[in-house]
Design a protein around this ligand. Structure first.
Ligand code: ATP
Ligand code: CA
Ligand code: CA
Length: 189
């Protein structure tokens, strides 16, 4: 699977207007989640350098009232504008045991990243997440998942069209991960 993703930082007071615009474009609120992400670093290589990710996620769905755990691998970003990359994800039934397995194998966990995520979807498989990341701030992510490389350009175009319809300038796109953003904040403090 290929995750095609754009990300922008938001000011808190921009959010109501963004939601209004999304609704005008046919997006509907899908759900609200708390996500607690534990990332691991590699044994044979530094995932920060290789731009890969290995993650165990706990996702608490407030609307549908369930908790899911996911094990996810992400490959390096494959263009220089977006956060597009390969992504493989499975549901696991016990997040803590999954973390223990990875730790026993030598992967080193990083302090978790927590966020509240409101998810909007349209009929065309685009997902918009409005994230409040603990200690880091507010962000919007625009995403489409595709099965093959040949679909990547079209997905990217759909997402760029969407952000333009929302009057979000390309210059606001960021490629930093929440982990990198946390590092920057911790150094500034
Ligand atoms: P998703 O889109 O899957 O819901 P997210 O939006 O919560 O994830 P992102 O910031 O988009 O989080 O992606 C997680 C990022 O963490 C990846 O970009 C990955 O490259 C980065 N990352 C993973 N491991 C490390 C590490 N050890 N050091 C620094 N960054 C890492
Ligand atoms: Ca994503
Ligand atoms: Ca993301």
């Amino acid at each position: 699977m290929i995750e095609v993703e754009l990300k922008v930082r938001l000011k808190k007071d921009e959010i109501p207007n963004l939601i209004r615009k999304l609704e005008n474009l046919g997006f509907k609120k899908y759900t609200k989640m708390e996500e607690i992400d534990t990332y691991f670093n590699g044994i044979d290589r530094d995932f920060r350098k290789t731009d890969e990710a290995l993650r165990v996620r706990k996702a608490v769905d407030f609307h549908k009232k369930y908790i899911n755990y996911y094990l996810t691998y992400k490959g390096p970003k494959i263009d220089d504008k977006s956060k597009t990359r390969e992504e493989y994800q499975v549901i696991v039934n016990d997040g803590d045991v999954t973390k223990v397995i990875l730790e026993k194998l030598g992967f080193k966990s990083l302090p978790p990243i927590k966020k509240i995520r409101e998810i909007y979807k349209n009929s065309g498989d685009i997902t918009v997440s409005i994230d409040e990341v603990e200690g880091i701030g507010y962000f919007a992510e625009f995403e489409k998942t595709v099965k093959s490389e040949s679909e990547r350009e079209d997905a990217m175009k759909d997402l760029m069209d969407l952000i333009r319809s929302l009057n979000i300038s390309d210059e606001r796109l960021i490629r930093l991960s929440y982990l990198e953003l946390r590092d920057i904040y911790e150094k500034e403090r």
